[in-house]
Design a protein around this ligand. Structure first.
Ligand SMILES: [Zn+2]
Length: 309
């Protein structure tokens, strides 16, 4: 189950139904046991995977979370309560956890945001996942600190965009970057507004992509998919893709005004609601970014936001 990445780091793919369907967790060997990076979603399949790993008798020192999206934090409470392992997150991550505990409030805000941009709201039977956020972390890390993962010390880097509390951990001697969902190998990470607050995460994301050049990594360990050997190249690919999509939106808005929903359906095809939500969010965050740099403007009619050049 565990795949060796370096002498001290092993990768575990935790699979589960729905959403991204699998998440990468990393186990970093140390004198006091393994440090686990991210846990997988809360599901029977994920718990069974971890139980099988724990059966081999390994000791776990702590769990460290790259960000608090449900597929990364999902089993943190389970680790804390059932296995007795301390959990470490960022202070910003804790703020996101507090929002995550208010399922009704979060759902209402998100639904309001989507409807205000012409979308259909949320699917009725969205599962209440607030319980996964309902625990107190044992410790916190912050930007520019060093964090011990296994025996080694890693620099903590704040890279908001994919999530406001997205952090990376960089080991300069080994050129290893643990990057969460900031950069993935085969897909462009979704930049969304999952708590329903209308922020400008794409602007933050571009900033966080730009700082990657300060961290020359030869082994980049992402939260989903395969390991990245050329981080610079992958960052450039993702930037290029975003610029292409931004241009595409500007072309669509050349002679008409459109809602985020209309643009989303023009640019992407309407698939199932979850994929649809990701495309909708990608479109909306691009519109908010274009508005912030003065390329487009908004107009509200009957409570629905339209964008135009
Ligand atoms: Zn994520």
């Amino acid at each position: 189950m565990l795949k060796e990445i370096t002498e001290n780091i092993e990768k575990l793919v935790v699979r589960f139904p729905g959403g991204m369907r699998e998440v990468n967790c990393y186990l970093i060997k140390g004198a006091k046991g393994y440090t686990i990076i991210d846990t997988g979603t809360y599901s029977k399949e994920s718990i069974d995977t971890w139980k099988a790993v724990l059966k081999s008798g390994i000791t776990i020192e702590k769990v460290v979370l790259t960000h608090t999206h449900q597929d990364h934090i999902g089993l943190a409470k389970w680790f804390q309560e059932q296995i007795g392992v301390p959990i470490f997150t960022s202070k910003l991550g804790y703020k996101e956890m507090l929002k995550g505990r208010d399922f009704i409030g979060r759902k209402e805000k998100l639904s309001h945001l989507i409807k205000g941009h012409g979308g259909p709201g949320l699917p009725d039977k969205l599962e209440d996942d607030s319980f996964i956020y309902d625990f107190e972390p044992d410790g916190f890390f912050e930007e520019n600190e060093m964090i011990q993962l296994g025996n080694d010390f890693y620099e903590v880097i704040w890279i908001p965009g994919h999530a406001p509390d997205q952090y990376g951990f960089y080991h300069s001697d080994n050129k290893v970057m643990i990057i969460g969902d900031h950069v993935l190998k085969d897909i462009s990470p979704v930049i969304g507004l999952w708590t329903g607050e209308e922020l400008n995460p794409l602007k933050e994301y571009f900033g966080s992509l730009a700082v990657m050049k300060n961290f020359p990594a030869t082994i980049t360990l992402p939260g989903h998919g395969e390991i990245i050997s050329d981080l610079d190249l992958r960052v450039q690919d993702i930037m290029d893709r975003h610029y292409y999509r931004l241009e595409q939106i500007l072309e669509h808005l050349a002679d008409r005004q459109m809602t985020a929903k209309e643009l989303c359906e023009d640019v992407y095809s309407k698939l199932n609601i979850y994929i649809y939500l990701s495309s909708f969010m990608a479109t909306l965050t691009r519109l908010i970014y274009l508005e912030s740099i003065g390329k487009i403007h908004r107009k509200t009619e009957n409570g629905i936001v339209y964008f135009k050049k």
